[in-house]
Write a protein that binds this ligand. Structure first.
Ligand SMILES: Cc1ncc(COP(=O)(O)O)c(C=O)c1O
Length: 355
């Protein structure tokens, strides 16, 4: 399918704010295409960034049938622009679509839409250290119908936002709270899908954590409330004795993170031993006390690697590595961002140069 390119009045002159934040500013253009059960995907177009008009009875507004993705375009020192593993994001988008009873988007078309949008908006890719153009593919059910059943009409759109790292402090340790009243996702539920309900349900717990002086929530499994799932909107890793990296196995309730997948490869490259396992939070506490766990960090596109400085659990406040980022997190951060920004060789074939 060809993607039609419409004329757009561009922001001129373009001066990006020094404080970008995360998802506050958007480029001049967006990609859209529509789906109907009778015709499949059609009307792929890149046109002006603008509000979407929806019928008040559109299914997304009632059944929450929506999925999204997040990937970034990175400015290289030579002025070019890199995408990082867009094929993995396109595959996860379709995995989410399957789980939510929505139509898949041909990966080739999805990636071409991202590449074309980023090429047209290349001047919006910021150049300051650790900034990027965050790309947000989204699909919503637009059919006018309150019935809870598979809709027949959808809108797929892609928007882009120049961003700073997700946490304002960059590679600074975050404080993480472990709630006992809330869970995020359960095996068989929608935790593996990137769908808004998972995030809407996490907001109250995160607000309570913020009020207690923490920035993120560590989610325990929903059944036994004992095994570690994720941290905020990131996968989580534990470093044992400075040499072994362990992350929760993909249980059905955990998002298949692209950063997680990449960090596991890079950790092996750095001669760390790596395992994916069920991780008992009570054992984690004991291993921190014994000094066996030397580092904990979150992994995700937004923050890249977020070292965990302290954990709040049942009235206790437990420091990890004296509240400082550890050497393993630092090395992995440098490796991954080195590849993303083109400072290091792309030895795993993860980069697509688009400009
Ligand atoms: C719940 C959740 N877990 C983990 C991640 C990390 O995934 P990725 O590394 O693909 O960004 C994200 C972000 O997309 C997320 O929303």
């Amino acid at each position: 399918m060809t993607i039609r390119i419409l004329p757009v009045i561009e922001t001129s002159p373009l001066t990006l704010p020094s404080e970008l934040g995360f998802g506050r500013y958007f480029t001049d253009r967006m990609f859209t295409q529509r789906y109907a059960a009778t015709t499949g995907w059609h009307d792929a177009v890149i046109g002006p960034y603008q509000p979407i008009s929806l019928d008040p009875a559109a299914q997304v507004l009632h059944n929450g049938q929506m999925i999204f993705e997040g990937t970034k375009a990175y400015r290289r020192a030579d002025g070019g622009v890199n995408l990082f593993r867009p094929d993995r994001n396109a595959a996860r988008f379709n995995r989410s679509a399957q789980r939510m009873g929505m139509p898949e988007v041909p990966p080739e078309l999805h990636i071409r839409a991202i590449e074309t949008l980023v090429k047209l908006e290349a001047r919006w890719v910021p150049g300051a250290p650790n900034t990027a153009l965050y790309i947000r593919p989204t699909m919503i059910a637009t059919e006018k119908d309150l019935a809870v059943r598979a809709p027949r009409e959808f809108l797929h759109f892609i928007i882009a936002s120049p961003v700073a790292p997700y946490f304002a402090g960059g590679f600074a340790p975050v404080a993480v709270y472990v709630p006992h009243d809330y869970v995020r996702a359960v095996r068989g539920g929608t935790g593996e899908a990137k769908t808004p309900g998972n995030y809407a349900g996490s907001i109250k717990a995160t607000e309570e954590a913020l009020a207690l002086g923490y920035q993120q929530v560590l989610w325990l499994d929903a059944i036994e409330r004992r095994y570690v799932d994720e941290v905020g909107a990131m996968n989580i890793a534990f470093v044992y004795d400075g040499t072994h990296l362990c992350t929760p196995a993909l249980s059905g309730a955990i998002l298949h993170g692209v950063t997680r997948e990449s960090i596991l490869v890079l950790a092996r490259d750095l001669q760390l031993t790596v395992s994916e396992d069920r991780i008992d939070f009570l054992e984690v506490l004991a291993d921190i006390e014994r000094g066996r766990i030397t580092e904990i960090f979150g992994m995700g596109t937004g923050a890249v690697i977020a070292p965990v400085g302290r954990l709040g659990y049942q009235g206790r406040d437990i420091a990890i590595n004296d509240g400082e980022p550890g050497p393993v997190a630092r090395r992995l951060f440098d490796e991954l961002t080195g590849i993303q920004y083109g400072r290091l060789p792309d030895r795993h074939g993860w980069i697509r140069s688009v400009a």
